[in-house]
Design a protein around this ligand. Structure first.
Ligand SMILES: Cc1cc2nc3c(=O)[nH]c(=O)nc-3n(C[C@H](O)[C@H](O)[C@H](O)COP(=O)(O)O)c2cc1C
Length: 350
């Protein structure tokens, strides 16, 4: 199947625009997830069936330690097919308080030689109310963990006024908690493609946002999605604020804004048009995971994401200190067999 993907399907898909391919995959994945025979068929090829590699983190048990990272399934349409692809969970979203069209097309550009996507989605999603309605009516697959990533609506009002931005997060967080949708929540403060950039990576503003969220009764783990391009001192200041506000963990991290980190920077858009996923995030994220572990020990759950294309990459992320891993680009470039291969490699460790 991997051979088929690499040599038959991928050459066709990679001739189409990434936005079109994404739309096709969402529709196909959602449809396949509805029916047991199609789930079984996908499972036959792509589901891990080796020894038990389940992991319990912050009270949630993941059948495998691999999650789909936030941004691919913004509106929670793939919750029933992803378990057949060896995922132990997914992070839905980022969702926002209001429906958001996102940025203009193209929202994704492939940089094939760089093994990266330029991501310019601008938090395109149907909004928290639509997500709650959708997930309330979607039967769950047992053992598959659903995280929900929350961002601030990508519109001028919520982005230019910090207080309005905080209210936007509070609105989504309150509704999710009230309805019980989502097993864990991630506060995404590091989307590089929104109206005014990453306001809440400023420690002073983060110190206003998190206490407001902690006023809302929540019995579930809450994580913070970290930027990977800020200086270490600022990163530490953010972690300290996460610590004092009793957050359970961090996701390290988001897209890389620095086109100079590409192996072939000449392939990048001439002007900034969104953050880079994939290979250019790998080292940065690993270094930050390692340093966070060294400084904070076991204080934080760390979910490692960025640039996992092979089982070895995944093992490096775990060795750096990640409890769980997330990915998107690896699946796009290497195909849907990647997660099973990682599980097989993971099960062989020790
Ligand atoms: C198409 C796309 C959309 C993304 N949207 C979001 C998002 O809405 N929220 C978020 O926290 N991260 C978002 N990200 C970042 C990913 O969650 C992840 O941190 C990053 O892509 C690194 O992982 P990867 O190298 O495996 O792709 C997005 C990434 C991609 C590729």
């Amino acid at each position: 199947m991997d051979f088929l993907y690499q040599h038959a399907l991928k050459p066709i898909l990679f001739r189409m625009s990434p936005d079109t391919v994404h739309d096709l995959f969402m529709a196909a994945g959602e449809t396949a997830g509805r029916f047991a025979p199609s789930r079984r068929l996908f499972g036959l090829f792509y589901n891990y069936r080796g020894r038990d590699i389940s992991k319990t983190v912050d009270g949630l048990t993941y059948r495998t330690p691999i999650l789909l990272s936030a941004g691919f399934d913004a509106d929670g349409r793939l919750t029933r097919i992803l378990p057949s692809l060896s995922f132990g969970g997914e992070e839905i979203g980022s969702i926002t308080a209001h429906h958001c069209e996102g940025n203009s097309l193209p929202r994704m550009t492939r940089l094939i030689r760089n093994k990266s996507l330029v991501v310019y989605k601008g938090l395109r999603n149907h909004g928290v109310d639509a997500l709650i309605a959708k997930l309330t009516h979607t039967p769950r697959i047992p053992g598959f963990v659903l995280g929900v990533s929350i961002a601030r609506t990508n519109e001028e009002a919520a982005c230019t006024d910090a207080e309005a931005g905080i209210d936007d997060y509070v609105d989504s967080f309150t509704k999710l908690n009230a309805t019980g949708i989502g097993d864990y929540y991630t506060i995404n403060i590091s989307c590089p493609n929104s109206f005014s950039g990453e306001t809440f990576t400023d420690p002073a503003l983060l110190a206003r946002l998190l206490p407001r969220l902690r006023e809302i009764p929540c019995k579930k783990p809450v994580y913070l999605k970290m930027p990977i391009n800020v200086p270490w001192e600022q990163f530490v200041a953010m972690l300290d604020i996460a610590d004092t506000n009793n957050l359970q963990g961090v996701i390290i991290g988001n897209l890389n804004k620095n086109y100079g980190d590409l192996t072939y920077p000449e392939d990048a858009p001439k002007k900034f048009r969104g953050g880079l996923s994939g290979a250019p995030t790998f080292k940065l994220s690993n270094e930050l995971i390692k340093k966070t572990r060294e400084k904070y020990g076991k204080r934080f759950t760390i979910i490692g994401t960025g640039g996992i294309f092979t089982p070895d990459d995944a093992m490096e992320k775990f060795a750096a200190g990640a409890d769980l891993i997330q990915l998107i680009s690896g699946m796009v470039f290497e195909g849907p067999g990647l997660m099973r291969k990682i599980c097989e490699r993971y099960s062989a460790k020790d």
